[in-house]
Design a protein around this ligand. Structure first.
Ligand code: VGL
Ligand code: ZN
Length: 211
């Protein structure tokens, strides 16, 4: 079992937004099933923060913004490999909002990402080029956080990159598997994501192990 220390532990909710839920434009299979689990977890933490994918309509990760390109195709964006996504989480749209089933009343702060249309931003800490910083690292350190517990969508993109940055930044990091689901553009992406996280020293646990 993992005992929560209210002073040092934070629950980090990654992109639990309508577009990543069934019916959304970039729906993650069974994404809605994490919500009751995440709500129950929230009752165990005093420190809770959330990230929000929040793109301008012209964001270059959208296939619709590249003539003749299809969803799932790879392009080069400022020297980085970029997979093209359906238009999602556009600033101000319903899809960009958090699920109304998600308890939101105890959140300390929301960190938005993906605002620069020229670079994608999977991690809640930095953009994919590692130029832009959301302020999440500084904030967590300011409030005394030492351990980060990550849940959300999608396991093989934003959850994975957020957890990898978290451990790199010196936080003892936990991925809560039943509080997360993967896109699985390629089957087994969820397994590969977990293997990568384990290799970096991230603890893989279930919500049942938290007391
Ligand atoms: C995400 C793809 C594009 C995510 C965000 O939240 O995992 N995936 N934008
Ligand atoms: Zn996005």
């Amino acid at each position: 079992m993992v005992q929560i220390d209210q002073a040092k532990d934070v629950l980090l909710l990654v992109d639990i937004q309508n577009d990543f839920l069934p019916g959304g434009s970039l729906a993650v299979k069974e994404g809605d099933q994490i919500i009751p689990i995440v709500n129950k977890l929230q009752s165990k933490f005093q420190k809770i923060v959330a990230t929000q994918d929040f793109h301008p309509p012209g964001h270059k990760s959208f296939a619709a913004n590249h003539e003749g390109k299809k969803i799932g195709e790879m392009i080069q964006l400022d020297g980085l490999d970029q997979v093209l996504w359906p238009t999602h989480c556009v600033q101000g749209s319903f899809g960009s909002e958090f699920s109304d089933q998600l308890e939101q009343k105890n959140w300390l702060k929301i960190f938005r990402k993906g605002l620069n249309e020229n670079v994608d931003s999977y991690s809640g800490f930095f953009d994919n080029a590692r130029r832009g910083d959301t302020g999440l690292n500084t904030y967590l350190k300011e409030i005394g956080v030492q351990r980060v517990f990550v849940v959300g969508l999608a396991l093989d993109y934003c959850v994975k990159f957020t957890a990898l940055d978290s451990i790199d930044l010196g936080f003892d990091t936990f991925l809560i598997t039943d509080g997360s689901r993967a896109v699985n553009l390629n089957k087994n992406d969820d397994q590969l994501a977990i293997e990568k996280m384990v290799a970096k020293g991230i603890n893989i646990i279930t919500s049942q192990e938290i007391e």
